[in-house]
Design a protein around this ligand. Structure first.
Ligand code: MG
Length: 393
């Protein structure tokens, strides 16, 4: 499912532990270096020069010293956690959507950044890559694509200091020539099994019949095939979210092209989601609207409030703004979704609007109570009513 812009970035630090040590001891840069225990230890991280010599992770240190006798073994000195935190903090200067996957890997979603073209996105990500090097002396590889799967494969393709962009619509052709083992979930055993049946490249999967695929990959084969086509709609989850974001989507029975109707649907979703957010005692900061066209291509746009809120009103004005950005093709839509992220714990809000907000919150609480339970009626906001039909002439 291509989206209009490649807004998902996978960031992967290159030989992270070694890079942290080299920032402290730059005299070893460009040498065959590894971090690991000397006595009966294993190699935790190896420089690319050491890898070229046959050192990999995890490998017993004794063996590494045998295959690469001039290997420089560095003891742990650096504070890996601190450097990792600083690296992801730099990412958060670019977008609030940063998913810290592990100490040295994560995803960024740039859709709320208001970047208008793939070129803008590329420049922003190159800027981040440079800043992480300038400020922390950590080399990182970046993969940019429309989804997590493709961006992750892209970031690992040209390490170190890789920078691979897969433009919307190019996902499948990007994956086709790659080795089958590049697909997540295809481990060594599966890879060997596939190779013995002639599947070496990702594109080779498409030469197999459904029966052959099931025999090779098990009942899960359709999801492997979707991956092979570059399809993935997992979202980027930030660590600040408590468990999950709040979202709702609606697939229309017929494609809809009227802006007023789409705005009404989106505002209705705000009204549907906010009681759940209040009910959980949470506030949310970022709203993202996603639209999907008849051909399944999709676009999204997000915006953050200066302060998290648990009220509908601050988010209504974002609807036309986000739709203007996300619905760039103006073609009829088959689906609209609204997602709230940047979830924070509720608590008293101290701002200029506190008093009005307090009144709104009391009213909202009354409405939430009236609307809860299996009542035969719902109290609705004006914009939820279907638009009046023009009188027939
Ligand atoms: Mg890494």
């Amino acid at each position: 499912m291509p989206s209009a812009l490649p807004t998902i970035v996978h960031l992967d630090a290159d030989a992270f532990f070694v890079s942290v040590e080299l920032a402290l001891q730059p005299q070893y840069r460009g040498k065959k270096v590894a971090v690991g225990g000397r006595e009966r230890g294993i190699i935790a991280s190896a420089s690319y020069e050491a890898r070229a010599c046959g050192v990999y992770t995890p490998m017993p240190t004794a063996r590494a010293l045998k295959v690469c006798p001039d290997l420089i073994l560095l003891p742990h000195k650096g504070s890996y956690g601190d450097v990792s935190r600083k690296m992801f903090d730099l990412c958060e200067t670019l977008t609030p959507y940063v998913q810290r996957n592990s100490i040295d890997e994560g995803y960024l979603d740039l859709s709320p950044c208001g970047l208008k073209s793939a070129g803008d996105i590329e420049r922003a990500v190159r800027g981040l890559q440079k800043r992480i090097w300038d400020e922390l002396e950590i080399p990182v590889s970046m993969g940019i694509a429309t989804n997590k799967l493709v961006s992750q494969i892209a970031s690992k393709l040209r390490k170190p200091r890789g920078f691979v962009v897969v433009l919307p619509g190019d996902e499948a052709s990007f994956l086709e020539p790659l080795a089958i083992g590049k697909l997540p979930g295809v481990g060594d055993k599966t890879e060997t099994a596939l190779q013995t049946h002639g599947v070496w490249k990702i594109s080779d999967l498409f030469t197999k019949t459904e029966r052959e695929l099931e025999a090779l990959l098990g009942r899960d084969w359709p999801s492997f095939l979707a991956m092979a086509r570059g399809e993935d709609d997992r979202e980027v989850h930030t660590g600040h979210e408590d468990a999950k974001s709040y979202s709702q989507q609606e697939t229309f029975s017929r494609n809809i092209g009227e802006i007023a109707e789409i705005e009404r649907v989106a505002k209705g979703m705000i009204d549907a989601l906010m009681p759940a957010i209040r009910g959980d005692g949470k506030r949310v900061r970022t709203m993202t609207i996603k639209v999907r066209y008849g051909d399944f291509s999709q676009e999204s746009a997000g915006r953050s409030l200066p302060e998290a809120s648990d009220l509908e009103q601050p988010f209504y004005p974002l609807v036309p703004v986000l739709l203007k950005q996300a619905w760039s093709k103006q073609r009829p839509l088959r689906l609209v979704s609204v997602r709230f992220s940047g979830v924070e714990d509720g608590g008293r809000q101290l701002d200029l609007f506190a008093e009005t907000d307090e009144k709104r919150r009391k009213l909202a609480a009354v409405l939430d109570r009236m609307n809860s339970g299996g009542k035969s009626f719902r109290v609705q906001h004006g914009h939820q009513l279907p638009p009046k039909k023009a009188p027939e002439r």
